[in-house]
Design a protein around this ligand. Sequence first.
Ligand code: GDP
Ligand code: MG
Length: 313
Amino acid sequence: MTSDIPLTPTIPIAPADFKSGFVALLGRPNVGKSTLMNQLVGQKIAITSPVAQTTRNRLRGIFTNERSQIIFVDTPGIHKPHHELGKILVKNARSTVGAVDLVVFIVDGSVPLGKGDRFIADFLTKTQASVILGVNKIDQRPENKPHILQSYQDLASENHWQLQEFSALQGDRLHSLENALISSLEPGPYYYPPDLVTDQPERFIMAELIREQILLHTRQEVPHSVAIAIEQVKESPEITEVRAAINVERSSQKGILIGKKGSMLKTIGTAARQQIQKLIAGKVYLELFVKVQPKWRQSRASLAELGYSLDES
Ligand code: GDP
Ligand code: MG
């Protein structure tokens, strides 16, 4: 009798023509970078929302098929920094570009090329990066406005960039994008086991799913000043108990998050619990509480404590 169950996931040896590499998803906030990454890896690992600046840390999403493995690096949208957290977001995005094989520069194809896109285009032309221009949201493109696509075609030909159009939300024409990516990459090894979709621990994704529900349910001023700390995860065969603290800067924000007789926190908790249950494919008991941590955004020490990666490069 033998039992050959491997204790650690194994990384296969890649055939000679196997392609692999790291691809950064870059673009201004809200163009659909996180939505695209989730679609490509086939699972929700990055949170998405109509509120700008949703993505804070770099998050890797892993796509594997029989001829390739692509590691996508989701970056926070590049924009002008307003405070310490903003500066870290931009700095991290910049250092990402230098470390990848390819950049997909994503733009919103439902509106013409704008100032924010230009800022990123200028930044990219000053780097050595190979770039594919990804024109997203074609499902929302007005039929009678051909100048919108023209503005992106001009940008692509000016810079000798390949252009790909798609809808990340509807999954439209993503095969064409995948093929373009695979063709642009060099032969390489498997970097991760084939069934892994992200390099982030489950705790991190749990915290992100809670933050997403806060973004969706509260007013604009609250979301940018919350940080989630997963304080405890207790697993049993029947249920996983998760205790999480929502850190805010002001007690007024604490009031908003808790809501009348706790109604807001209950709504957020119920929705987040459903998302986390999908993530771990099991029953979840979620306990949320709100803590006031004045000025956490200004303090590098508390940013590190709350799990934000602070690049020194
Ligand atoms: P990010 O800030 O670039 O990561 O953008 P997100 O992925 O968070 O998306 C921002 C918003 O755009 C969300 O409300 C998405 O649902 C929406 N969105 C993303 N891709 C598409 C698309 O292809 N079509 C449409 N109509 N909406 C999209
Ligand atoms: Mg995002």
